[in-house]
Ligand binder design. Structure first.
Ligand code: PEP
Ligand code: MN
Length: 383
């Protein structure tokens, strides 16, 4: 519990003073095992809606790890609308999930349904998920304050953003600063999709709070074929990561099969993200490169797919750049200005070399761009 003075301060300013951005720059970094959410890396959590069998969760874990997911998801205690639906494997599910995570080097996130279960779930999971139906379970939120594990709070089906932030405020106020928010779609009049993924929420939350925000496009749409476009839209809206449902055989899933990706779909999603995440100045984990033996071939294939995706983006960018350079050339000709502008070329080189990072120093970047500019000039001359 906080001291009296901070409570008084809370009443004077925003209703959620601990999670409000309040002029703070950047995002709070939340560590989930070895993974950091809210830093430079765009973090993808993936796995089945529910843990069903050992074979199923191990296959899902291996597939998502290999494609570059950083956290394994999977429900052991399932909040189901009908009492006759699969309720999850409970404790056995926790054991299977954490074993599959360990085997593939992934920390795990799983839902905790009640305050009484917090200690048990915290023993087996690296991150505790508050489901949408439980976002305003205040005893649960209070118990998570002392769980000793980071918390993922999913937005309630009909919850306002202020209510979501107040739910987060509970957890932080009761002692746990490691909270990540999740937009997972809300109820609207629209029936074509299971929920309406509210991307307003992502951009709004990023401005209103310093906590990381991730998106669940699986529950947000309910439809497998919408997950790729909405994932890319989430990146553009400023999300810090995604949580995605992946099942080795969605047709056999005991819950949420229609919105679960196959391992192949998930690989394709990660390839897409690999070429859109860098546009937001962020990084995406490489597909697991270290697997040897029977998995080597698939690892190489995944890495090459990511390179192919980036190459496509690079070529499209170069073409677009050349089109703009040609427009500059036309403008100069119309105005009778000299075509060649060495000062401008120096300025371009100065700009791009200032961005050098990773394996490329300013020298290497300058060499690449001298070639780009020379080839662009040659293309213009040909025209
Ligand atoms: C889930 O993640 O499987 C889940 C039940 O999500 P939500 O609480 O967002 O419906
Ligand atoms: Mn689900």
């Amino acid at each position: 519990m906080l001291g009296e003075s901070r409570i008084q301060a809370a009443q004077r300013s925003a209703p959620y003073p601990l999670v409000a951005r309040n002029g703070r720059a950047g995002t709070t970094r939340v560590r989930v095992g070895p993974v950091t959410i809210g830093g430079e890396e765009f973090v993808v959590a993936a796995g089945p809606c529910a843990v069903e069998t050992e074979e199923q969760v191990r296959a899902a874990a291996q597939a998502v790890a290999q494609a570059g997911a950083r956290i394994l998801r999977g429900g052991a205690f399932k909040p189901r609308t009908s009492p006759y639906s699969f309720q999850g494997l409970g404790l056995e599910g926790l054991h299977l999930l954490s074993a599959a995570g360990r085997e593939n080097g992934l920390p795990v996130v799983t839902e905790v349904l009640s305050a009484e279960d917090v200690a048990l779930v915290a023993r087996h999971a690296d991150m505790l998920q508050v489901g949408a139906r439980n976002m305003q379970n205040f005893p649960l939120l209070k118990a998570l304050g002392t769980a000793g594990r980071p918390v993922l709070i999913k937005r309630g089906l009909c919850a306002t953003l202020e209510e979501l932030l107040l739910a987060a405020e509970y957890v932080v106020h009761y002692g746990n600063p490691d909270v990540v928010l999740c937009e997972r779609g809300i109820r609207t009049f629209e029936g074509a999709t299971r929920n309406t993924l509210d991307l307003n929420a992502v951009a709004w939350l990023k401005a209103a709070t310093h906590l990381p925000v991730i998106v669940d496009p699986s529950h947000g749409t309910g439809l497998r074929h919408l997950i790729r476009p909405l994932s890319k839209a989430s990146v553009a809206a400023g999300a810090d990561g995604l949580i995605v449902e992946v099942h080795p055989c969605p047709a056999l899933a005991l819950s949420d099969g229609e919105q679960s990706l196959t391992p192949g779909d998930f690989g394709a999603l990660m390839r897409d993200l690999g070429s859109s995440v860098p546009f937001e100045g962020r990084t995406l984990a490489c597909p697991r490169p270290e697997a040897a033996g029977p998995r080597t071939k698939l690892c190489l294939q995944r890495l090459r797919e990511r390179i192919d995706g980036l190459d496509e983006a690079l070529v499209r960018l170069l073409v677009e750049r050349a089109r703009l350079a040609a427009a500059i050339g036309r403008t100069k000709r119309v105005s009778g200005l000299p075509i060649h502008a060495p000062d401008r070329e120096d300025a371009v080189l100065g700009h791009v070399t200032s961005l050098a990072a990773g394996p490329f120093g300013p020298e290497e970047i300058a060499r690449v761009f001298r070639t780009v500019m020379a080839e662009t000039r040659r293309a213009e001359e040909r025209e």
